[in-house]
Ligand binder design. Structure first.
Ligand SMILES: [Fe+2]
Length: 196
């Protein structure tokens, strides 16, 4: 099989230029392309139709997680902007948020604080169906530091390519404002509902 780049049905996004979104989507498509390329090469090695130095094979296996997570994390990212903005204070997510963070405002403040981590990466909010709680973490390289097996319910891209067409690094805060202005909380709630 091969992965196919998704087409996202994005509304007009406040605080993002068309160019910013276009270059970011092109970057996402690059991840999909490279996932397929690595799968193809490793598949040929398995089938015995391609012989590569074992060091190269090992490096391709390591790189696979970088390309795959880059692909999947961007799907989480762009899907969050799709559809009509919603979100309910009565949702199961709102209850889980209140339990861990005290309130929705505290949750947002916490995400912003984590987003202030120096360097490139992602703020990722996971649901842990085992402990019935949420975890908000900073993942630098997206293939390292993810929490095993936990579903991602929110992904905030903080790699500079996500905002540097529209904002300079010192304006990262403005990008985060734009992210939240466009985030469809119903998508996040649905992801959380699927975990309980
Ligand atoms: Fe990105």
């Amino acid at each position: 099989m091969t992965y196919i780049a998704k087409t996202f049905n994005l509304p007009t996004l406040e605080g993002f230029s068309e160019k910013q979104i276009k270059v970011h989507l092109a970057l996402y498509e690059g991840y999909v392309k490279h996932v397929n390329l690595i799968m193809e090469k490793l598949g040929a090695v398995r089938a015995g139709t391609l012989e590569l130095d074992p060091y190269i094979v090992a490096e391709l296996r390591r790189r696979f997680a970088f390309e795959f997570d880059g692909m999947r994390m961007h799907e989480y990212y762009f899907e969050q902007f799709e559809g009509e903005k919603g979100g309910s204070p009565e949702s199961a997510l709102a209850k889980a948020v209140a339990e861990k963070y005290g309130s929705g405002e505290n949750f947002l403040a916490h995400i912003r604080e984590v987003a202030g981590t120096r360097g490139i990466g992602w703020v990722v909010v996971y649901a842990d169906p085992v402990a019935k709680t949420l975890h908000t973490t900073f993942v630098s390289d997206h293939e390292v530091g993810q929490l095993a097996g936990l579903p991602v319910i929110l992904a905030l891209d903080l790699w500079e390519h996500a905002y540097m067409v529209d904002y300079v690094p010192a304006e990262k805060k403005n990008y985060i404002d734009a992210f939240f202005a466009n985030l469809n909380w119903s998508v996040v709630e649905k992801r959380f509902d699927a975990t309980i």
